[in-house]
Ligand binder design. Structure first.
Ligand SMILES: NC(=O)C1=CN([C@@H]2O[C@H](COP(=O)(O)OP(=O)(O)OC[C@H]3O[C@@H](n4cnc5c(N)ncnc54)[C@H](OP(=O)(O)O)[C@@H]3O)[C@@H](O)[C@H]2O)C=CC1
Ligand SMILES: C[C@H]1O[C@H](OP(=O)(O)OP(=O)(O)OC[C@H]2O[C@@H](n3cnc4c(=O)[nH]c(N)nc43)[C@H](O)[C@@H]2O)[C@@H](O)[C@@H](O)C1=O
Length: 322
């Protein structure tokens, strides 16, 4: 099968199933597809269709027969959630992806995009991390269960491509943020967690905000609107066996991130550090040159993306509205 495909997504009325459409990623993909004029989006909430239930997924595909599938439904969380609920992170993700990929194949879906994560790579992978670093060393222990499920997802897509000549591709996003993120105080990722903590400290007049770990780990952040754009770009332009990294190239330490979020939120107190919390991977900058060579680049800077996300947070999450 060719490495690029061109017009697969040219029919704007083709039925596209966006699994996980109310989440951070799925909602951004829906916005992007709507902006581009796609008119036939197939959407189901978790309550309407539990993707861990194989028989329900099978009947759904038999009845609806989507043409394309974007798999953005998953059990997702930050370092604490991954470390605390390993059974959920491995089992739910294996179930969702196996059910959706198999039913999509059986019921004639033309193309499927699976989403993994930068945590699939070894803890001490070369930096920036090329796609070829997959399965070359031990994983980061705090998220190895989730990572194993995501690696299995990549391999499932590859296996169906090899055995059935079926067009399943995989994108590996770096750490994401933006509207509809999860702002849970413990289970979320660092960026929404800090935004909420700084905001609540500003409102309550607290003197200090405590940040987890040492502040030294490096993370690369990508705004979810850029990710959504990259997903549609890949569906339109890529049809290869290997997964594709999706990063921004914008890397900051957690300390720098905390200072930036503090400034955007307007908290004027001090930063404290909780060294009992894990740092996780020391660094995971993706090498996104493969995606760049196909012709895609990100647009949103971290500072602009943080400002936009904080505005969204004030309007949509806060009862106090500043
Ligand atoms: N957020 C990030 O920083 C990153 C995310 N990714 C990947 O992007 C994808 C989407 O993540 P993200 O948008 O952040 O996650 P969210 O938690 O924001 O959204 C996940 C979505 O999946 C749905 N879902 C979960 N379980 C089920 C189920 N059993 N049946 C049906 N729907 C279900 C959720 O519905 P409900 O809320 O109702 O349960 C929700 O709509 C994942 O594959 C993730 O690995 C990759 C790298 C970084
Ligand atoms: C996307 C990615 O997300 C996870 O990996 P992670 O990058 O380690 O994610 P994180 O955002 O939770 O933490 C990043 C860093 O930030 C520090 N940190 C400080 N203060 C808070 C804080 O308040 N909350 C959180 N969550 N982290 C904090 C934290 O200690 C760590 O050093 C996995 O789910 C993984 O599977 C995955 O794919």
């Amino acid at each position: 099968m060719a490495e690029t495909i061109g017009s697969e997504m040219s029919d704007k009325s083709a039925k596209i199933f966006v699994a996980g459409h109310r989440g951070l990623v799925g909602s951004a993909i829906v916005r992007k597809l709507q902006q581009l004029g796609y008119t036939n989006l197939l959407l189901r909430t978790h309550a309407e269709l539990d993707l861990t239930r194989q028989a329900d997924v099978e009947s759904f595909f038999a009845q609806e027969k989507p043409v394309h599938v974007i798999l953005a439904a998953a059990k997702v969380g930050g370092i604490h959630a991954n470390n605390t609920y390993p059974a959920d992170f491995i089992a739910v993700n294996l179930q969702i992806q196996t059910n959706v990929i198999h039913s999509a194949y059986l019921h004639g879906v033309k193309k499927l995009l699976f989403l993994g994560s930068s945590c699939i790579y070894p803890k001490f992978a070369p930096q920036p991390i090329p796609e070829s670093a997959l399965l070359t060393g031990p994983l980061e222990p705090t998220n190895e269960w989730y990572a194993i499920a995501k690696i299995a997802g990549i391999k499932t897509c590859q296996a169906y491509r090899i055995q059935h000549n079926w067009d399943a591709i995989s994108g590996m996003p770096t750490n994401l943020y933006g509207p509809n993120d999860n702002f849970h105080p413990q289970n979320s990722h660092v960026l929404p967690a800090l935004m909420r903590r700084f905001h609540e400290a500003k409102v309550s007049g607290a003197e200090e905000v405590v940040v987890w770990g040492s502040g030294s780990p490096l993370r690369e952040f990508l705004h979810v609107d850029d990710l959504a754009d990259a997903c549609v770009f890949l569906l339109e332009n890529y049809s290869g066996l290997e997964h594709v990294n999706i990063g921004s190239g914008q890397e900051v330490t957690i300390k720098e991130l905390a200072e930036l979020v503090k400034e955007v939120v307007g908290f004027e107190g001090k930063l404290g550090w909780d060294s009992t919390k894990p740092d996780g991977t020391p660094r995971k900058l993706m090498d996104s040159s493969k995606l760049a060579s196909l012709g895609w680049t990100p647009k949103v800077s971290l500072r602009d993306g943080l400002r936009q996300t904080y505005e969204w947070y004030l309007e949509n999450v806060c009862a106090d509205k500043k």
